[in-house]
Design a protein around this ligand. Sequence first.
Ligand code: NAD
Ligand code: LMR
Length: 326
Amino acid sequence: MKTPVKIAVSGAAGQISYALLFRIIAGDLLGPDQPVSLSLLEVPQAVGNLEGVAMELADCAAPLLQDVSCHSDPERAFEGADLVFLVGAQPRGPGMERRDLMEVNAGIFSVQGRALNAAARRTVKVLVVGNPVNTNALITRANAPDLPPENFAAMTRLDHNRAVSQLAARTGRRIREVEGVIIWGNHSTTQYPDIRHATIGGQPALELVGHAWYEQTFIGTIQHRGAEVIRVRGKSSAASGANAALEHMRDWVFGLPAGRWTSMAVCSDGSYGIEPGLMFSYPVEIREGRWRIVQGLAIDDFSRERIRASEGEILRERDMVRHLLP
Ligand code: NAD
Ligand code: LMR
């Protein structure tokens, strides 16, 4: 029997977690022979509901589930955690931008960053899902100075998956045939879904879909997809967000085949001219549990302008939360 991996999830009584936790215990994250120990965090007023989620987890009689604990104290929840999903934060409603959540959500991540710093394993992988993700991840990382910056990421995998799905649908090809998509920048309407390096069935994606559709339809569709889901469904995306979180963490743990990349918002080292230290979505390769920003991609004027615009927005968000950055 393998040693259980300890997985902490915040916002564990919310809708994303409800779509995430049951897939984790089914082995979709770490495989069919890796036991997991779940440590669930909620605000005190939701711990009652959380106990109900824990009852349902137990009622699955899932062979991989070693134990479940429920917490309202982040330090207790993150104690010894190997993998952490920071989902707990308010979602936006119709007509809001994700940055409108800054005031209510940002403070959560300074508290939880400090708790991770104090209690999590030094090798912990922390994925921020709560919006606005890039800036919340920056706050978390800044408040956990004893943990390496590469232990933190913010989620742009949902945007990446949306882009892959739209390209497959447009060309009538299979999802697996789409490779090399990149989400640059912020998980917001300034994000830049770049298909200049993408291929579909080995052919250049841009040639297959055409510049007009790419520039006039595709980019906006991806940038506004979250708001469109809220408009149509009446609630912020949940199962697709949980799926993206699971895939992000699974790839981070197990790595990607050589020559393949995905999109993750990670700590900039200045690659592609982005201000060092910002949590910026880049193409990343992953080997042996470590991501590395893909280097040497040609960036034309069209791409550069959009990448810069998204960087500008993240810099403005950083200015809004300076008081939370020690
Ligand atoms: P939800 O309201 O259903 O659940 C959020 C849960 O977080 C609630 O149960 C709430 O009690 C809990 N919570 C709030 N503050 C907390 C704290 N300090 N500690 C622990 N728990 C806390 O929301 P949801 O639909 O699950 O979405 C969660 C977040 O994920 C939102 O901010 C949403 O915008 C974001 N999101 C991001 C992506 C992405 O692609 N990055 C995708 C979907 C949703
Ligand atoms: C999404 O992209 O679906 C999430 O970030 C939720 C939102 O507010 O758009």
